[in-house]
Design a protein around this ligand. Structure first.
Ligand SMILES: Cc1cc2nc3c(=O)[nH]c(=O)nc-3n(C[C@H](O)[C@H](O)[C@H](O)COP(=O)(O)O)c2cc1C
Length: 174
């Protein structure tokens, strides 16, 4: 319940130990047949971050304050082949949630995103052609919501919502 996709990032740096423990949490995620389809490109050098910010959608401009972005990339055939399903996405999803929970544990905030230009980001980060960027996670300390633009501030203050259990849970039979 404490995890949330916050937008008000402080630009305060996070320690290398914290960053390493977040990556370590990702590394220990379960994956189908232990395929571990995930790859993480950690961007924290200010010049590289500034370049990468150019690839963000306008709605994700709030993320420019975050001192770290982790590009999560995988090969589309990098997961196990059970049921013909794209299990690489599940591997990556589990690794990302592990990392997000670790950020909460460390008193930080993590925000997964899909609003960016993939080709631009791949180019900046030197990601090989055969990999897809599944998500980009922004990590940092929580900052002041008053620094956000009006739209982001509204989203930041809105209550988190979920479908009711009764809509999604089927007991004994669908
Ligand atoms: C795959 C994925 C992509 C997302 N893309 C964006 C995004 O581009 N921009 C954004 O602000 N939030 C993005 N989010 C965050 C969701 O909007 C957020 O998780 C959802 O509204 C639930 O809110 P909560 O995480 O605070 O519980 C994304 C989340 C996921 C899992």
């Amino acid at each position: 319940m404490k995890r949330r996709s916050g937008r008000a990032f402080s630009n305060k740096q996070i320690s290398e130990d914290m960053l390493e423990s977040i990556l370590e949490a990702g590394r220990w995620a379960p994956s189908c047949m232990n395929a571990q389809a995930w790859n993480f490109v950690v961007i924290q050098e200010p010049e590289v971050l500034t370049k990468a910010h150019e690839a963000l959608s306008r709605g994700n401009a709030y993320a420019k304050a975050a001192p770290v972005m982790i590009i999560v990339a995988a090969k589309e055939d990098g997961g196990c082949s059970s049921h013909g399903l794209p299990y690489f996405m599940m591997d990556v999803g589990l690794a990302v949630e592990n990392m997000l929970l670790q950020t909460v544990h460390l008193g930080l905030m993590g925000h997964p995103t899909s609003g960016w230009n993939e080709d631009q980001l791949k180019d900046i980060a030197g990601i090989p052609d055969e990999y897809r960027i599944v998500t980009v996670v922004f990590i940092g300390y929580e900052g002041d919501p008053e620094m956000l633009d009006e739209r982001s501030r509204e989203k930041e203050k809105a209550p988190r919502k979920r479908k009711e259990l009764s809509e999604i849970v089927h007991w004994n039979k669908w």
